[in-house]
Design a protein around this ligand. Structure first.
Ligand SMILES: Nc1ncnc2c1ncn2[C@@H]1O[C@H](COP(=O)(O)OP(=O)(O)OP(=O)(O)O)[C@@H](O)[C@H]1O
Length: 342
């Protein structure tokens, strides 16, 4: 996979080409000070002038954003005032309103799928900039977009293309995971289709396999084939309850994209897949037995920590601070004992 393929798969590159066949979205340039804020991992802060800007945190952040921190009387806590971006905030709110009040946020390539557990509603649905910041600041996928988008490219000797970072806001749509499929295109030929949410068994896929496969093939040949900048790429689709197919996302054809129920070896060599049938190979989970844990589970931390960090359960925070205090007292006592004359 070449750097150019990654560049071509940015949202702002493919969206204008396939606008009619995908979910309505708006693209906002990301100012440098917002990028810096997203990359500053000193504090996990709920921010934005659209919400309360003050949060109390335990003092373990090591942040160097000194103007943002005021020491409180109690030395175990600091009051953190999130930086504000008034102009950007109003543009984002305007865009959210234009999209119906609820949005799905992404950067140039990725959505913060690994961070949905931290949101109060455990979802990527956002209605304010602070919702978006909380997800973005908690997501390794977003950090990857910002810091190393060309990590897995084969042409490492060539200079990295310049990237203009963008906040993508998509109209929130209730997508049923069983309707999502990932399609692999090599030399402008649709070679493979995989159920996207492969950790679950969906009976309707088993029952409607020929219809699903045909609908996706038609969608590809009518709207996608030969219209994209590369001849090798991966696209994600959603088949709605009326059988209509929508484009959800476009990804590079290579290791950086999850091959789901295929392997990149098979997809690149094409041998095993070609043997199966004339059209694309279609794979889906066929029984409960093969159901696997969700791939994003490893990104989670215990719910207690989430409640603490979001202040959802005030009593947990109080218990936590009490615990810290008693631990401190214990260690002070131990120190005193150690230092005591023999
Ligand atoms: N507009 C939307 N409203 C609600 N949910 C959405 C929307 N767009 C996408 N999703 C959900 O979020 C998931 C991830 O979306 P998307 O493919 O855009 O993210 P991504 O980070 O590019 O993922 P990947 O890295 O797997 O390509 C989709 O599978 C879908 O379930």
């Amino acid at each position: 996979m070449k750097k150019e393929q990654v560049v071509n798969c940015q949202f702002s590159v493919w969206y204008p080409i396939f606008k009619k066949h995908t979910i309505k979205s708006l693209i906002l340039p990301l100012p440098q000070n917002v990028i810096d804020y997203l990359l500053d991992d000193g504090t996990l802060v709920v921010s934005g002038s659209d919400h309360n800007t003050q949060q109390t945190h335990t003092n373990n952040s090591g942040s160097d954003a000194e103007e943002d921190i005021q020491w409180s009387d109690d030395e175990t806590t600091t009051t953190v005032t999130a930086p504000e971006f008034p102009e950007f905030t109003s543009k984002v709110l305007e865009a959210i309103n234009a999209l119906g009040g609820r949005v799905f946020p992404k950067l140039n390539w990725s959505a913060p799928r690994d961070a949905n557990w931290i949101a109060l509603n455990s979802s990527l649905q956002c209605n304010s900039l602070s919702d978006i910041f909380l997800l973005f600041k908690s997501s390794d996928f977003i950090t990857h977009d910002l810091t190393q988008p060309f990590l897995q490219c084969s042409d490492q000797d060539s200079p990295d293309p310049a990237i203009n970072y963008e906040l993508v806001l998509r109209k929130w749509s209730e997508l049923i995971p069983g309707g999502e499929f990932r399609c692999f295109v090599k030399e402008n030929k649709l070679i493979a289709i995989s159920q996207r949410d492969y950790t679950q068994y969906y009976q309707h896929i088993l029952k409607q396999e020929p219809q699903i496969c045909q609908a996706i093939q038609e969608f590809f040949s009518q709207h996608i084939q030969y219209n994209f900048l590369d001849e090798d790429f991966v696209f994600d689709v959603y088949r709605d309850s009326q059988g209509r197919v929508w484009l959800i996302d476009l990804n590079p054809f290579g290791e950086v994209t999850d091959s789901l129920l295929f392997s990149w070896d098979e997809l690149t060599s094409g041998e095993e897949i070609a043997q199966e049938q004339e059209g694309p190979a279609f794979r889906y989970t066929t029984s409960e037995v093969t159901v696997q844990p969700s791939p994003c589970l490893s990104y989670r931390i215990p719910r207690d920590f989430v409640d603490l960090s979001t202040g959802e359960d005030a009593y947990k925070l109080i218990d936590f601070l009490k615990l810290k205090k008693s631990q401190q007292e214990e260690s002070d006592e131990e120190e005193e004992e150690e230092n005591a004359p023999q």
